[in-house]
Design a protein around this ligand. Structure first.
Ligand code: GRF
Length: 211
């Protein structure tokens, strides 16, 4: 068990929140020395936000529409993250572009998960089922999962962990998504554990993990 203080995580999520749930379970079981201190969503009906409310985690519905200027919106996000004492930001199915100012403030401390092997099948428009449709249309024999640092663009930050998932001949986007999601639920927690245990070293785009 690490002697370090638990890593304080704030999660951004827009949808059902199955990745967030897997992470919460691993934390509850003591597998990660961390605490989810807040959940932020652009979608007031998101499963992720309901999950936060149900567990006594601070939940925030934050959307650009509630602010008259970009600056105010960005500042509000930064204020909430600071109030929560956030060490690490995780995006778990967050469908909005993170403002560049927020990305900069959490440089090398913001993660995203993508259901493919980046840099293939990433970028604007490649999210959810679209990713798996594109992989199958191309005829790929493997796909996978990437946990990566977040930079100012979609899916272009340096990979932290990647894992392959086989594509089967009879796969549909739905069956492939389900096989990939299982792996997502494993490796997002693995990546967070590396941060919680201070085992990540970042040199440019090379993210090394200490033994
Ligand atoms: C996952 O497939 C993740 O890779 C992508 O969005 C989906 C979120 O699923 N970024 P969930 O809300 O965690 O169930």
């Amino acid at each position: 068990m690490s002697a370090m203080n638990p890593l304080r995580i704030t999660a951004f999520a827009s949808g059902r929140g199955s990745n967030l749930l897997a992470i919460l379970k691993n934390i509850e079981e003591g597998a990660i020395n961390a605490r989810v201190v807040g959940v932020i969503s652009n979608n007031s009906k998101s499963g992720a936000l309901q999950m936060a409310y149900g567990r006594g985690i601070s939940g925030y519905h934050i959307t650009r529409r509630h602010f008259s200027a970009d600056e105010d919106y960005e500042q509000h996000i930064l204020d909430v993250l600071a109030e929560l004492g956030t060490d690490l930001v995780i995006l778990a199915g967050y469908m909005k572009m993170m403002p560049e100012r927020v990305v900069r403030a959490y440089k090398n401390r913001m993660l995203n998960i993508h259901p493919a092997l980046l840099p293939a099948f990433g970028g604007k428009g490649l999210y959810g089922q679209h990713v798996h449709e594109a992989v199958l249309e191309y005829g790929c024999k493997v796909s996978g999962v990437t946990v990566h640092l977040v930079d100012a663009d979609y899916d272009t930050g340096a990979p932290v962990l990647q894992r392959c998932v086989p594509v089967k001949d009879d796969d549909t986007p739905t069956t492939l998504a389900a096989r990939i999601l299982q792996v997502e639920h494993e490796i997002y927690s693995e990546a967070i554990r590396l941060f919680a245990d201070d085992k990540i070293r970042i040199e440019g785009r090379r993210v090394r993990t200490l033994p």
